[in-house]
Each structure stands twice: as C-alpha cells, then as structure tokens.
Design a protein around this ligand. Structure first.
Ligand code: ZN
Ligand code: ZN
Length: 191
C-alpha cells in the first residue's frame, strides 16, 4: 500500500523486527525517525542526539532508524510524559522538536485477557486504523514541529566509580549518597 511515509519496506520491517511487533506507538517512532533521516541524516554520518520524552514503543523505531541509541548516550530519556522527540545535529546546530499532534494520540493499550473475541477483533481493527492514519499523514500534521530553545545536551561523560560502603558494589560517583558519614548507593540509602 502506498502511504505518505517515505521509509522503505526494509526499514519498516527492520524496525518491526527490532521492536517485536507492529503497533500504533511504533508507527509514531517510524515517522519521527523518517523525519530525522530526511532532515538530518543518520548518526555515524552525522553527530546527532535525540531526546525522547516518552518511554514507549516508538523509541525503538527511532533508535533503529537513526542509529542514536540509549547505550551510546546519544538517545536520552527526559521523563515529562509527553510524546515529544527533539533532534539535534552538531555540525550546523540544526535542531527540531517534534511533538505528537494530540489528535493522533489515543491509548489503545488495554488488558487483552479481559476482552472477548469480538472485542479483540474490534481492537485490532482500531489499531490498524490508527497505524494507517499515521502512515498517511504529512509529517507536519502528525507532529507540531518547532525549533527548541534548549541546546544540544552534552554527550555522556565518564565518571569515577566508587564502592558502596554497605553492599560493596561499584557506583558512578554522581549517584553516591552520603548517609551517616558513609558513601552508599541509592539502593542502600533507601534501606
Ligand atoms: Zn509496541
Ligand atoms: Zn550499596
């Protein structure tokens, strides 16, 4: 089926395989990743940093497509609960904030076990409808695209490791807590 999405079938199938299933959330990430490839390129060829404000399915598509990953430190989670992705490119300081148009937002995650066969079928149809709608939208109607005020975040820094005085595990220095004169990890501090 011809859609507004300019990703290849291989790119889409690859993202679905990486994520484990096809779903509306992944589709949001496919389209955001498509924007990045089109407007900024791919990490590796370019220094790109992505800040995501949601920890959902779509993040997998963005990591898969752009090459920005959590592990490399160029895919950063900022927990605001918004479906917003901000892209930064080092070479020319280009940046853009893609906020999902609320018209496309709808939470279709429900407990499958509590549904009848008919309801499951209805839900599957609704999900497919939502996927099709997003694949057929122009990127600038699916997302409100603006220039963010924020600067490109600093790349991950390497910190010294300190051993927790209580459990003995190694902890990044910035996460060490001081409790009763001891240097302890977050877990031990909570006890
Ligand atoms: Zn999913
Ligand atoms: Zn500890």
């Amino acid at each position: 089926m011809q859609t507004k999405c300019t990703l290849t079938k291989e790119q889409i199938d690859g993202a679905i395989a990486f994520h484990g299933h096809h779903c509306p959330g992944l589709t949001i990430g496919l389209r955001a990743g498509e924007w990045c490839l089109r407007e900024m390129g791919r990490a590796g060829d370019e220094e790109i940093v992505v800040v995501t404000e949601t920890d959902m399915c779509g993040d997998d598509a963005i990591q898969y497509l752009t090459g920005c990953t959590f592990g490399k430190g160029n895919f950063i989670f900022r927990d605001t609960g918004k479906v917003v992705f901000t892209f930064y490119r080092r070479s020319d300081n280009k940046r853009a904030r893609l906020a999902l148009n609320p018209e496309f937002a709808a939470d279709l995650r429900v407990k499958q076990e509590s549904l009848t066969a008919d309801q499951k079928e209805e839900l599957a149809l609704l999900r497919q409808e939502r996927i099709d709608r997003m694949m057929n939208a122009e990127l600038n109607e699916l997302f409100n695209i603006s220039v963010p005020e924020s600067e490109m975040p600093h790349p991950a820094r390497i910190h010294q490791t300190i051993r927790c005085d209580l459990c003995g595990e190694g902890v990044m220095a910035t996460r060490i807590q001081k409790v009763n004169g001891k240097q302890v990890c977050l877990d031990c501090a909570a006890k």
